[in-house]
Design a protein around this ligand. Structure first.
Ligand SMILES: NC(=O)c1ccc[n+]([C@@H]2O[C@H](COP(=O)([O-])OP(=O)(O)OC[C@H]3O[C@@H](n4cnc5c(N)ncnc54)[C@H](O)[C@@H]3O)[C@@H](O)[C@H]2O)c1
Ligand SMILES: C[C@@H](O)[C@H](N)C(=O)O
Length: 404
């Protein structure tokens, strides 16, 4: 307990509050002036391809050079908020493993009504009653745009995706959600001057990438549709940043471990399932080999990293896509750590060839030194703290169930 308290005190100190930079302001500029700016911008862009110069890209993004070929007469009322205002956040795919936790964290910080969760699924009642929820299919571009406009959204966290194992089982749906959906998100974000967060993953690397450790910049030739779509997202986001000035921010998450939400069909899911099965039955059948090493992170670290990179001043970001890491372990090492508190735990192995092939192509250790240097990333949870925290959660849950 003392140890846990020290960790949370240290992390509280680390969570320095940062001032949210002002978004681009174009309100108040008349249409003729905007048109002239557009013309100048077009010429400048044509003569200097890839120029990410801010004043020009604001004009470009909001009128005729919009990525969706919006006509020059279209009038976008770009959202402006002062430094004392909070961002208005939309989270897509918010009912998965990560979205509800992120909404909780952001609502604590920016106010309940400033964070809207969205998904295509029906929310459980506790989620529905905990703050704004809205139906949003990221494949429906007009509906997305309506939500952004009507709610004066300023930040978009794009969580919708099909994960690695589910993606291999349904390639065409994964291609559509992960790639076509991303195109919609990028265009909406660019047109409305949003700050956009899109998570990438250790799965954006492949068998020809250096695996131990994997740096930010290296060969990326993933062999899953999930990985291919995430490399595409990284590159498209960075392209829109340089081309249109989109405030794109991206973290490559490791496998995320959470107690109160279930993973959505990935290769790292075993590291969550083991806790549920261990508590319920004292047994666990693992679908990866015992020595499969993968980077992992406790959900609180992942969500805090997301908040921190979203709040980081733009000039502290030397890149737009960062690896983040906390720990790396194998199923056998996780089982050994659990056995320190549950000596009776029995783990057997029934390897799933699809997941094993994916895991064997992914990083074993992640080099996140750039995130640590640029915006002060630091994880709180190593393997022992992770296991203790998960068991504490399930212990408390069981006690509550007995009381009720
Ligand atoms: N959980 C992890 O271990 C992990 C690791 C690395 C990266 N990520 C990334 O983080 C993001 C969130 O991950 P997660 O674990 O919460 O995913 P998840 O699979 O649990 O949830 C994804 C959500 O997307 C929704 N969705 C699917 N199609 C949609 C559509 N057409 N429109 C709107 N929503 C749709 C689903 O209903 C689901 O609720 C994903 O982009 C994922 O790639 C997650
Ligand atoms: C690693 C991550 O992207 C996800 N948990 C998966 O396994 O697919």
């Amino acid at each position: 307990m003392q140890h846990c308290r020290l960790i949370s005190q240290a992390s509280a100190q680390r969570r320095r509050l940062r001032v949210i930079p002002r978004t681009q302001i174009t309100a108040g500029i008349s249409m003729p002036v905007l048109r002239t700016l557009s013309k100048v911008a077009r010429q400048a862009l044509l003569s200097t391809p890839g120029c990410g110069c801010q004043p020009l890209t604001v004009a470009v993004r909001n009128i005729s050079f919009s990525p969706r070929q919006v006509t020059s007469d279209a009038s976008f009322h770009s959202v402006s908020f002062s430094e004392t205002d909070h961002p208005k956040v939309l989270i897509t795919g918010g009912l998965g493993q990560l979205g509800v936790g992120l909404a909780k964290l952001l609502r604590k910080r920016y106010g309940k009504n400033n964070v809207i969760l969205s998904d295509i699924r029906k929310p459980p009642s506790n989620v529905f009653h905990s703050g704004p929820f809205i139906y949003s299919d990221i494949l429906d571009y007009k509906n997305l745009r309506e939500i952004v406009v009507n709610n004066r959204i300023t930040w978009l966290v794009h969580y919708s995706a099909l994960l690695s194992a589910v993606g291999e089982a349904n390639v065409s749906l994964a291609r559509s959600v992960n790639i076509t959906g991303l195109h919609n998100i990028l265009d909406i974000a660019a047109e409305h001057g949003l700050r956009l967060f899109v998570p990438s993953t250790i799965g954006a690397f492949g068998p020809t990438s250096p695996r131990n450790p994997t740096p930010d910049l290296c060969v990326q030739r993933p062999r899953t549709i999930y990985g291919v779509s995430k490399v595409h997202a990284e590159l498209m986001g960075e392209y829109y940043h340089h081309r249109y000035g989109l405030d794109f921010r991206c973290l490559r998450y490791p496998g995320i471990i959470s107690a109160d939400s279930m993973p959505g069909g990935g290769t790292t899911d075993y590291a969550v399932q083991i806790f549920h099965d261990a508590i319920k039955t004292g047994k666990f059948e693992c679908n990866l080999k015992p020595d499969t090493r993968l980077p992992m992170m406790y959900i609180d670290d992942c969500l805090r990293a997301t908040l921190e990179v979203m709040e980081a001043p733009a000039d502290s970001l030397s890149m737009r896509t960062y690896n983040i890491n906390a720990m790396s372990f194998t199923p056998d090492e996780l089982a050994q750590e659990l056995r320190k508190q549950m000596p009776e735990l029995q783990v057997t192995y029934d390897v799933d060839p699809v997941r094993q092939t994916i895991a064997d192509s992914w990083p074993m250790n992640f080099d996140d030194s750039n995130a640590r240097r640029d915006w002060g990333w630091k994880h709180d949870y190593d393997l022992p703290e992770l296991v203790q925290t998960m068991l504490n959660y399930f212990g408390a849950e069981t006690r509550m169930a007995h009381i009720n």
